[in-house]
Design a protein around this ligand. Structure first.
Ligand code: DHK
Length: 147
């Protein structure tokens, strides 16, 4: 079965406790369990990982090449700052769906720009944890063998 990586970045380990009015009350464990279940429905094995460290995330993206068919990525604040993460995604040439729980375009101006978006298949923002489910469905469709 094809596998995909669901990679969450800095501060997302605090989901459920962190600014619940912005990020909701769902914990990261809940999100990851939901991703595994969505993957199963879509015929994908889902491997979840979270890191607060940019370099660890870059290593995970490199390691995904040859291991996973694609990546669902919530890079947290690195979305807005990290050219290194963008370069890692461009280097591995894997389909990446960018996810944000909150609608980054309706928040502070510094959150409106994403370094990830130009190298991603697309971006899903503002739908809370459901965004991960949508991203997995998009990736599953994208990874379907073309006949
Ligand atoms: C999560 C973060 O940690 C923020 O830094 C981003 C994103 C938005 C989210 O909505 O999931 O700006």
């Amino acid at each position: 079965m094809t596998s995909i990586l669901v990679l969450n970045g800095p501060n997302l380990n605090l989901l459920g406790q962190r600014q619940p009015e912005v990020y909701g009350r769902t914990t990261l464990q809940d999100v990851e369990d939901m991703c595994v279940a969505s993957g199963k429905d879509a015929g994908l094995d889902v491997i979840c990982m979270q890191s607060n460290h940019e370099g660890v995330m870059i290593d995970a993206i490199h390691a995904a090449k040859g291991t996973h068919g694609g990546i669902v990525l919530n890079a947290g604040a690195y979305t807005h700052t990290s050219i290194a993460l963008r370069d890692a995604i461009a280097s591995v040439e894997l389909p990446v769906v960018e996810v944000h729980l909150s609608n980054i375009h309706a928040r502070e101006a510094f959150r409106h720009h994403s370094h990830i978006a130009p190298v991603a298949l697309g971006q899903i923002a503002g739908f809370g944890p459901q965004g991960y489910d949508l991203a997995i469905q998009v990736l599953a469709k994208h990874l379907e063998p073309k006949t």
